[in-house]
Design a binder for this molecule. Structure first.
Ligand SMILES: [Fe+2]
Length: 349
């Protein structure tokens, strides 16, 4: 169902209020030709309503000739900010940037955040933003789990389908996504509700079984035949299975880049309002699939780049893979068991 302009305006007001937008702050909205116009209008009006000093920048699309689809995550790293000194100056001088375009994984995003600018990414359609509008409770749940993840030295993930993956932790930061930006230099994505980190280089090992019903992004497809990934020294070294395995292998091979096969961020979903089934109801180009990335109790792992964590692996192929029914433990303590969150539930009790 569509969302009314008024309802969306209220949602934007609420999220910008949670993001501590104060009267007189410089706010820049970054848009492109495929930015959702209802979102753009609502964001613009909410900023003005809250007393922000508004600038809107529209940049041309890039990478369209390189990506295999129009999905914003299909080819990442290089953005229209590359070499655009005027836009960069405006963004760096902003207190808050609202990214309706997708700067994720770009060096420019890191440079803007370094100066203390807050940055909120929002590219999902209005009804998804509204349904998954973040709350203070979302932040509490994610940051409580992050305080455990921050101290962990090892992660182990198993499943009845056959997953048995281990890695060491501690060299890379923790990524908390709760959907608003309430601190200087903070980046977040509305909607979200999960946390992640990156394995220490060359420590991820074992095998990962992507079972029937698990999701491949950016394909936005539910796997029909299990895929087994063999992982050695932080890289996927074998992809086995039937059609789905062949499809994944062929896509990754097409980048001709070994770094595509590295394990990237790993973590788990903590958003009770996100739904495993939501992706099945959408046209592929209408959503980024944040329900899939955030649904409660998923194990979300990914492949490819790690510049957002301060790493040097800059590769344009990034695949997010949310798995159901996994058991994830940190230093032997269970965070999820068979896809059910255990720690957050205990903390909430
Ligand atoms: Fe990702």
């Amino acid at each position: 169902m569509a969302i009314s302009d008024v309802q969306l305006l209220h949602a934007w007001r609420d999220v910008l209020t949670l993001s501590n937008l104060k009267k007189g702050e410089a706010v820049t909205i970054l848009s492109s030709n495929d930015t959702n116009q209802q979102n753009l209008n609502a964001a613009r009006n909410a900023v003005i309503d809250l007393g922000g000093i508004l600038t809107v920048i529209e940049l041309p699309p890039t990478n369209g000739d390189l990506a295999l689809s129009r999905d914003k995550t299909a080819f990442i790293g290089r953005t229209p900010l590359d070499g655009n000194k005027a836009a960069m100056a405006a963004l760096k001088h902003s207190d808050l940037v609202i990214d309706l375009m997708l700067l994720l994984f770009s060096p420019e995003q890191a440079e803007i955040l370094k100066g203390g600018t807050r940055m909120l990414l929002a590219v999902e359609p209005p009804e998804v933003l509204t349904r998954l509008k973040p709350t203070v409770e979302d932040k509490r749940r994610v940051t409580a789990a992050a305080s455990i993840l921050r101290k962990a030295k090892t992660m182990k993930v198993t499943s009845k389908a056959g997953t048995m993956m281990e890695c060491e932790l501690g060299d890379y930061p923790i990524l908390t996504e709760y959907g608003f930006v309430d601190e200087p230099g903070r980046w977040d994505h509305w909607p979200s509700g999960f946390l992640a980190t990156w394995p220490n280089e060359q420590t991820a090992r074992g095998s990962m079984v992507i079972d029937r019903g698990d999701i491949l992004l950016p394909f936005k497809s539910y796997v029909q035949s299990p895929i087994t990934l063999k992982i050695e020294n932080g890289y996927i070294t074998k992809i086995e299975g039937e059609f789905d395995a062949e499809f994944l292998r062929s896509y990754m091979d097409s980048f001709h880049d070994r770094e595509v096969y590295a394990i990237s961020h790993i973590g788990w979903g903590l958003q009770p309002r996100a739904q495993w089934t939501a992706l099945g109801l959408y046209d592929k180009e209408a959503t980024l699939g944040m329900d899939a990335r955030a649904f409660y109790g998923n194990f979300l792992f990914s492949t490819g780049p790690n510049p957002e964590a301060g790493g040097k692996r800059n590769t344009p192929c990034h695949i997010d893979i949310p798995l159901r029914n996994c058991s994830l433990s940190l230093d032997g303590v269970a965070m999820t068991i068979n896809g059910k969150v255990v720690v957050a539930d205990q903390m909430a009790a």
